[in-house]
Design a protein around this ligand. Structure first.
Ligand SMILES: Cc1cc2nc3c(=O)[nH]c(=O)nc-3n(C[C@H](O)[C@H](O)[C@H](O)COP(=O)(O)OP(=O)(O)OC[C@H]3O[C@@H](n4cnc5c(N)ncnc54)[C@H](O)[C@@H]3O)c2cc1C
Length: 304
């Protein structure tokens, strides 16, 4: 196997254009597993791990841009105010995996169980792609992730990163697995409240061919928060039966299958549990305010 070692993004894009069959490798925590198992043997690997252009993030004009080469460890250290993103990053693998694994790799693999993906879906992220000659395009997450382990990337393109409009409001990521750590999700969920638009956004992982949004349940929750006066008064409470009904709606929107990790019925049940918890946490976080629960000020109000 040939290994290409570009020093800059331009060089990498030139190499990808000359060798569209070259497979990018970032942290290698997915690709090397596939190679070790004999599932994949690329003729050429293109090492994107060192490219400085992919290893940056920036928060400008209300938008967060997360370079494809951002590792989970760096997200946890450098972006703790993006609560759901940091929680998802903390839940990935082990310290070694979090040290190597990247956002670009999670997107490139496009597993329905990828932990960063529900966060990006709930945040309405766009995936930014580049090809040589200065060509770039941005695809909404649902046009990029087109199926289990399938993306819309072209052979001459690389993932530059993902970007999304930063919203004000609490959010969380949680997942259910066979054990507490080092586990592939049986079901995962990201819920974010958008205080300014009075919207609730929910994305599910591991319970469909790709990450799913649940628009009907989102509209129900936003309406229920309005009806109970919670948007205007953080001390107002949501009746327990409404939280229950929200969980049922989220569970009904899942499209799970039976597999070695869990049955479809268990996964659907887990979605309901995760949804109810996430909504309760969000309401509690609103009651505590942006600096609540001992977190730094602005932790649910990360601004760009
Ligand atoms: C023990 C173990 C535990 C794990 N636990 C979890 C977990 O809990 N949650 C989770 O979500 N994942 C988990 N993973 C999977 C993996 O760590 C993540 O998916 C990680 O984000 C992959 O990133 P990477 O940089 O290592 O990707 P790589 O393996 O380098 O690449 C993965 C894919 O993305 C493509 N790619 C990478 N970068 C680019 C780019 N810039 N442009 C175009 N294509 C690109 C590659 O060609 C490849 O197809 C685990 C893996 C292992 C081995």
């Amino acid at each position: 196997m040939d290994i290409l070692l570009p020093r800059t993004l331009d060089e990498a894009l030139g190499m990808k254009s000359d060798h569209p069959e070259a497979v990018p490798i970032a942290g290698g925590t997915d690709l090397m597993v596939e190679m070790n198992l004999g599932h994949r043997r690329p003729p050429i690997a293109l090492d994107v791990h060192r490219l400085p252009e992919l290893r940056q993030w920036r928060c400008t004009d209300g938008t967060l841009f997360l370079g494809a080469g951002m590792t989970y460890v760096r997200i946890i250290r450098e972006l703790p105010g993006f609560t759901a993103l940091a929680q998802a990053s903390r839940s990935v693998g082990s310290p070694q995996i979090r040290n190597r694994g990247t956002i670009g790799g999670n997107l490139g693999t496009a597993s329905p169980a990828g932990d960063a993906l529900p966060v990006m879906a709930a945040c309405d992220a766009e995936v930014v792609l580049a090809a040589s000659g200065g060509r770039t395009r941005a695809l909404p997450w649902h046009q990029f992730l087109v199926g289990p382990k399938k993306t819309a990337i072209e052979p001459d393109e690389l993932i530059l990163g993902a970007r999304w409009r930063v919203t004000r409001g609490p959010g969380s990521f949680s997942k259910v697995g066979r054990r507490n750590a080092m586990v592939i999700a049986i079901a995962s969920l990201c819920l974010v409240l958008d205080e300014d638009r009075r919207a609730v956004r929910v994305a599910l992982g591991s319970v469909g061919p790709t990450v799913l949004r649940v628009p009907q349940a989102e509209a129900f929750a936003a309406g229920a928060l309005a009806e109970a006066g919670v948007w205007d008064d953080p001390a107002a409470l949501l009746p327990p039966e409404v939280i229950e009904a929200f969980g049922e709606r989220v569970a009904a929107s899942a499209r799970p299958i039976d597999d070695v990790r869990g049955t479809a019925a268990y996964r659907r049940h887990a979605c309901g549990v995760l949804a109810r918890r996430a909504l309760r946490w969000a309401i509690e976080d609103r009651q505590a305010g942006p600096a609540g629960h001992g977190r730094p000020a602005g932790s649910w109000g990360a601004r760009c």
